[in-house]
Design a protein around this ligand. Structure first.
Ligand code: NDP
Ligand code: BG6
Length: 499
């Protein structure tokens, strides 16, 4: 891959968690791998009182914990840190943006580089509007720069709180930036294994012909985590898992596994197909919400051998909270390819196992040559796309056991990233930041697919507000989730893939 163009990356909320856990580790890895030219600069923009040196020290400490290049070499960091500056600022203060403008101008003229700017919104979402106003009022967008410059804006999730607020936020951003300058991050799209879904489907002749309702019985998409709410109580209690995971990551996984092949592998062609797919999800009536949208909240329990507290006992969570820490949905995609194939989606915190996967189950044989026994043992062929951990793909089928008897047993054919490529894949944020600077929007959500996903999820949220919530907590920490989620899939004669 080529060296990136000279650019200035402005991180709003640079003193915060995300900047230290994900953004700087990704920037450092890109720099170590030689992607940045000498003329690149990072400006941290935040209120905390710090100078450049103190800020750089917080970054070094964070890299030593969170960066895949750790332990960090001191000389390398010293060179990297010369590109980092800190602007102690206020998000609603005109003079802070004037200072930012001066910083951009001085770096651009000192190094004789174009004003290529990436504005990265890494503050809580309630600050976004102030920042966009600040950028606009100080004339810091590309339309204000002359020549071959770009200015791009990166927006973190959650993108809005519901359909209406997402629409308002979109309108606000698009009143200042053009759609082709907007990068809505969904870090799942930056994961190697998620990108591999397209390669698996569209670069092989043997899978795509089976990828439809003629051969596929059902698809399960799971994102299960043993971690609890952690230090994010303030954010999470207002969101719940339905907004935190379902609206974005789960909808993106669903569209990646189910879209039609795009005309060409280009950002807008792929995103057109995604929008089409999301539009084909059958809307939920209130009755569907009651029957096909399960919510749960974790109780005390054990993660491994460690006893953990319930959601309501977590620091910062109200003791009467009715927020969902688990959700499971059964939905249908009403189009030619998927008519009649149920998609089961589930995601939750404090579950038994860390596993993010897409499990594609094929229809049963119409008839078994090996009698009832053979039928029982082979059950269903399946393809399991493991997104994390142990990234890979396995194909499960029946094979004859060695010996004189015609005995069939299920076996796995496994592709595993580590053993096949002997490389650890880059972090999702590395790939995404690289693409932002290159100007490739393929792995970013577009305004319409964000809104279509919100429309579907908002109908569930609104439905839940109308019906009595279950008695929470309703699942033990360290379990597979609430019994109602098992009932949801068992009612169709199927089981969750809990291997
Ligand atoms: P933080 O709460 O750490 O906030 C980031 C910075 O924003 C803070 O250091 C603070 O900087 C400033 N800030 C915080 N609260 C306010 C406020 N009420 N008004 C003005 N400024 C404030 O957030 P994160 O870094 O965790 O997340 C940033 C964004 O990324 C959020 O939108 C979040 O939803 C999203 N995100 C975070 C993830 C994570 O793992 N942390 C994962 C995925 C998305 P200062 O006081 O110095 O100005
Ligand atoms: C974030 C959610 O977007 O994704 C978190 O806000 C969740 O609640 C996280 O834990 C999961 O990401 P990953 O990459 O660890 O699967």
């Amino acid at each position: 891959m080529a060296e990136l163009k000279p650019s200035i990356i402005v991180i709003f909320g640079a003193s915060g968690d995300l900047a230290h856990i994900k953004i700087f580790p990704a920037l450092y890895s890109l720099w170590e791998d030689g992607f940045f030219p000498d003329s690149f600069f990072i400006a941290g923009f935040a209120r905390t009182d710090m100078d450049d040196e103190t800020f750089r020290k917080t970054i070094l400490d964070a890299l030593n914990v969170n960066c895949r290049k750790k332990p960090i070499n001191e000389d390398d960091f010293l060179n990297f840190s010369k590109h980092i500056f800190y602007l102690k600022s206020k998000y609603d203060d005109e003079s802070s943006y004037k200072e930012l403008g001066k910083f951009i101008k001085s770096k651009a003229s000192e190094y004789n580089i174009p004003k290529n700017i990436v504005y990265y919104l890494s503050t809580p979402p309630n600050v976004y509007i102030k920042i966009i106003d600040g950028i606009q009022n100080a004339n810091l967008t590309s339309s204000e720069f002359k020549g071959d410059n770009f200015s791009r804006i990166v927006v973190e999730k959650p993108f809005g709180y519901d359909y209406e607020s997402a629409k308002d936020l979109n309108n606000k951003i698009l009143s200042v930036f053009k759609e082709e300058e907007v990068y809505r991050i969904d870090h799942y799209l930056g994961k190697e294994t998620v990108q591999n879904i397209f390669a698996f489907r569209f670069s092989n002749a043997i899978f795509e012909p089976l990828w439809n309702n003629k051969y596929i019985d059902h698809i399960q998409i799971s994102a299960l985590e043993p971690i609890g709410v952690g230090f994010r109580a303030g954010y999470f209690d207002k969101s719940g898992i339905i907004r935190d995971m379902m609206q974005n990551h789960m909808m993106q996984l669903l569209s990646s596994v189910a879209i039609e092949p795009p005309a060409i592998f280009h950002a807008d062609d792929i995103r057109n197909e995604k929008a089409k797919l999301l539009k084909s999800i059958r809307p939920f009536s209130l009755n569907d919400v009651k029957n096909f949208a399960v919510r749960g909240q974790y109780d005390r329990g054990f993660i491994g051998n460690k006893s953990v507290i319930s959601y309501k006992e977590e620091k910062g969570i109200p003791p009467n909270s009715t927020t969902d820490t688990y959700a499971a949905l059964r939905l249908f995609v009403d189009n030619y390819r998927w008519a009649g194939v149920p998609f089961y989606l589930r995601s939750g915190k404090r579950l038994k196992k860390h596993k993010t996967e897409i499990a594609v189950f094929f229809k049963k044989l119409p008839y078994s040559l090996y009698g009832k026994d053979g039928m029982e043992k082979i059950k269903q062929n399946s393809i399991i796309i493991t997104i994390q951990p142990n990234e890979g793909i396995s194909i499960n089928f029946g094979a004859k056991t060695p010996g004189f008897k015609m005995d069939i047993e299920p076996v796995n054919m496994v592709f595993n990233y580590k053993s096949s490529f002997k490389l650890s894949p880059p972090e999702a944020y590395e790939r995404l930041i690289y693409d932002i600077i290159v100007g490739d929007q393929t792995l970013f959500a577009r305004y319409d697919d964000t809104l279509i996903a919100w429309q579907f999820i908002t109908s569930i949220i609104n439905g839940w507000e109308k019906i009595e919530p279950p008695v929470f907590p309703n699942y033990e920490a360290g379990s597979w989730g609430p019994k109602e989620a098992d009932d949801l899939i068992n009612a169709d004669g199927r089981l969750w893939n809990n291997n």
